[in-house]
Design a binder for this molecule. Sequence first.
Ligand code: LHQ
Length: 259
Amino acid sequence: MAFSTILFQIDRGAARLTFNRPEHMNAFSRQMHEEVLEALDSAEGGARVLLITGSGRAFCAGQDLGERDMDAAHIDLGATVERYYNPLVRRITSLPIPVVCAINGVAAGAGVNIAMSCDIVIARKSARFVQAFGAIGLIPDAGGTWSLPRNIGLARALGYAMTGEAISAPDAAEWGLIWKAVDDEVFDETVEGLVSRLALAPTKTLALAKAAIRESFARSLEQQLTVERDAQRTCGESADYREGVRAFKEKRTPRFQGR
Ligand code: LHQ
């Protein structure tokens, strides 16, 4: 498919997906949903890291509010959530490669919560995050009611979701909503450095770590220790483990193959 709402390319192991509807603050239209899901399929097959970012002054303003007919006799938002947002969140959180989210500008509504479904979220210090749902009579979706209390705690999750107050990127980092906020001037190079590093990382190991950490919420410590044992056994059988230890002993940079 030729994409019209996103930019997508894979280069040297790194897939880069850019929401590209800047005149609509990169809000999700149906077309953009379809294109993003297709790009994620390509990334899984052909890349060792995925970067998601936005073009222009927004990262993503959530659902495109211009697309829906407010005079329609029946509006089924559950169908939209089921058809698009839920599969997107499931897909990102289960992708067996690291997903880096670079927040280049304002994120609102599902834009915030989709970012939270990514593995490493890094933002320009000038960016801001808005749980815009309440202002239009909705609840946080795209996994927000699940990830918010886990990332920032109950008190902040409730206050943030119910007031709809914007939070700055530095506050988002301090709260644990995102991993890091960096100065605008070094944002692009910081993101590029991170993505390039991850494209050369032991990918299979990162996928096991991602799954183990993400799925830990549903397990007891005892169950999790068993998961770690089994995953570590798999790591120990990998080519990258041998390469990592050999490189350490030989005092050189490892050349990981991602397997
Ligand atoms: C937009 C949007 C937008 C279209 C700005 N759509 N054009 C899931 C399931 C099913 C259905 C419902 O939703 C969901 C999930 C959701 O995401 S619901 C939440 C939807 N998102 C919002 O409510 C956010 C609405 N936008 C805003 O609050 C502000 O625009 C933000 C905070 C993003 C940016 O504020 P400003 O920097 O002051 O920019 P602005 O408001 O002037 O917007 C710039 C333009 O972008 C403007 O168009 P215009 O032609 O006047 O320049 C906006 O209309 C357009 N835009 N968000 N979601």
